[in-house]
Design a protein around this ligand. Structure first.
Ligand code: FES
Length: 332
């Protein structure tokens, strides 16, 4: 870790809206792969964290303003610590860079309690496909399936061996269950061969860079609609784009109507009339701002809703999505 300047998160956060956030202290920093640091966090009051489940993530407040989501990769049974792994992203928009360059042992951070948008489902077999730092939620999920004695297998790609966190530990499960394929040695992952023919009761989980998720989505055409589960920490390519016209939003329970101007987020328009919808990523990936639609057609610009959840148009992510109809009626 670079130690140029201490991260002033605690001070900044105390004067910022940290509503519902937990103060935590950095208890361990470990380099676990090239450009990947594992950060262990303990509660500042020494009490246990709430229970969490494999696939969960936490929101971390960075530099008092930016919230980023990081999957938990620690042991479920250890409630004294939460552990995340952070890749120093060359295209960082401030989050990973700050954590790599400014964070010190003993620093205070603010986080939200673990939430799980990527839970394990009951399945006869579970197939994992991870790319790079996308291994973090899958690491915890594998531990969980092992504990339960359920079948799973993992295809794990990365730029090179040195960049692949948990590589040696995962390799111990044996080649029949874990295939580790650094791109500089083995080229691109053969996803179609790994997942095989569509079949029922098989769950496929993918986490990694957008091009990997897109390739897996493509390979899963023809599979049951609910077979594939993906987790993104960045918007899908082009997701946020679209026509930007004004529309009306009716808040059914409050009995008021507001106009959402071109370029304005629904959540911001709601904020302006005193209605606060919790948000974290503000770009449609984390699921925090999910809101029920009672009438009208959303213009989904998020990367969170998938399959039936998306096509039914009963939910909208108000941080980024807009309306295809002139009016949306929301359950607010
Ligand atoms: S705030 Fe993350 S999806 Fe809306």
């Amino acid at each position: 870790m670079n130690s140029s300047k201490p991260l002033e998160m605690a001070q900044v956060a105390l004067s910022s809206p940290t509503g519902g956030m937990l103060p935590v202290r950095v208890s361990r920093l470990e380099a676990i792969a090239a450009d990947v640091v594992a950060i262990s966090l303990g509660k500042t009051d020494g009490t246990d964290f709430p229970e969490w489940s494999a696939g969960a993530h936490i929101d971390v407040l960075i530099d008092g303003a930016l919230e980023r989501q990081y999957s938990l990769c620690g042991r479920l049974e250890d409630r004294t610590q939460l552990r995340i792994a952070v890749l120093r992203d060359p295209a960082s928009r401030g989050g990973s860079q700050a954590l790599h360059e400014k964070l010190h042992l003993g620093d205070t951070l603010f986080i939200r309690a673990p939430r799980n948008n990527f839970p394990l489902v009951d399945a006869d077999e579970t197939i994992f496909i991870a790319g790079g730092i996308g291994i973090t939620p899958i690491h915890a999920m594998i531990a969980e399936l092992e504990r339960e004695g359920k079948p799973w297998k993992l295809l794990y790609g990365g730029r090179s061996r040195a960049t692949m966190a948990f590589r040696d530990e995962l390799a111990e499960y044996g080649e029949d269950r874990v295939q580790i394929q650094p791109e500089d040695e083995a080229g691109l992952l053969d996803i179609a061969a790994w997942i095989g023919e569509p079949r029922p009761a098989c769950a496929i989980y993918c986490c990694g860079p957008e091009r990997l998720i897109a390739a897996v989505e493509n390979a899963c055409v023809g599979w049951p609609e609910d077979a594939l589960h993906v987790e993104r920490f960045r918007p899908a390519d082009g997701a946020l784009e679209g026509k930007d016209e004004a529309f009306e939003v009716v808040l059914a329970r409050k009995g008021i109507s507001i106009e959402v101007a071109p370029g304005q987020a629904i959540a911001d328009a709601l904020e302006a009339v005193g209605v606060h919808i919790p948000r974290s990523c503000n770009e449609g990936t984390c699921g925090t701002c999910i809101t029920k639609v009672l009438e009208g057609t959303p213009d989904h610009r998020d990367s969170f809703l998938r399959g039936r959840m998306r096509s039914e148009n009963k939910k909208i992510m108000v941080c980024c999505s807009r309306a295809l109809s002139a009016r949306l009626i929301l359950d607010i």
